[in-house]
Design a protein around this ligand. Structure first.
Ligand SMILES: [Ca+2]
Ligand SMILES: [Ca+2]
Length: 243
């Protein structure tokens, strides 16, 4: 009974922990020297993407400690294909000096630069002719969230709603991620490139080939439901015996 109980628990935990994240690796130390020397918090090492029924979750891992610095921003550019997109980072708001090499339809502009006590983000979208603010952490609409719990380990965690991106199960979007500073700075490190994307603060960064991710909403299979009922029965019996 004990072994079967353990096996059922293991099976249940595997079924309910959700889809595995897709990991997109970047080189470490691929920032132009000497301008960006020492800016390990801007050096992206990998990005993990996963989703559930409502959100896409994006963890941006860096080589630094995001609690140890009071500046640094991370942009995620999406091309969902819902319109031709725009090769910019919204000239009216974030306006970073980036050449995506294509149009993007949406981006998350996020910040970690509050001295390690929080994180924030905006979600901006292109409607085919102009950019607009969809939601922001300071507006609390729930379409974009930011989490600073991984900052000491160098990770900026973001979530964006599928509905805001106009995406559903089976849909694929293309994306790139870059780190940057303030104003019209370029992308200091692009996930899409293993080599420096810019040579200096005043030089446009050039994106590489975008990554792609396919939304996979995993329904709870009937077998798992049966297992849950079975486990509930086992637990019920065990609890009953202890009374
Ligand atoms: Ca890097
Ligand atoms: Ca890179």
């Amino acid at each position: 009974m004990e072994l079967k109980y353990a096996q059922t628990l293991l099976a249940l935990s595997l079924l309910t922990c959700g889809a595995m994240a897709d990991t997109y690796n970047d080189a470490t130390g691929d920032l132009a020297s000497p301008t960006f020397d020492g800016f390990t918090h801007l050096d992206i090492t990998s990005v993990e993407v996963t989703n559930d029924a409502n959100f896409v979750y994006i963890s941006i891992n860096t080589a630094g400690d995001l609690d140890a610095v009071n500046w640094g921003k991370f942009i995620v550019g999406f091309d969902t294909g819902r319109n031709a997109g725009d090769n910019s980072v919204d000239p009216g708001s974030w306006n970073r000096n980036v050449d995506w090499g294509r149009g993007i339809t949406d981006f998350i502009g996020s910040w970690t630069d509050d001295g390690g006590s929080g994180a924030g983000a905006e979600l901006r979208s292109f409607d085919g002719s102009s950019w607009g603010l969809t939601d922001a952490t300071y507006l609390g609409g729930g379409d974009v969230t930011a989490d600073d719990s991984g900052h000491a380990g160098g990770t900026q965690m973001l979530a964006v709603s599928l509905s805001a991106l106009g995406l559903g199960n089976g849909d694929t979007f293309d994306f790139d991620v870059f780190s940057t500073g303030g104003g019209a700075d370029p992308g200091v490190d692009h996930l899409s490139r293993m080599d420096p994307a810019t040579s200096d603060w005043g030089m446009t960064s050039i994106a590489g080939q975008f990554m792609s991710y396919t939304i996979n909403i995993v329904p709870l299979p009937p077998a798992a439901f049966a297992g849950f009922i079975g486990l509930a029965g086992v637990v019920g019996i065990r609890f009953a015996k202890r009374r």
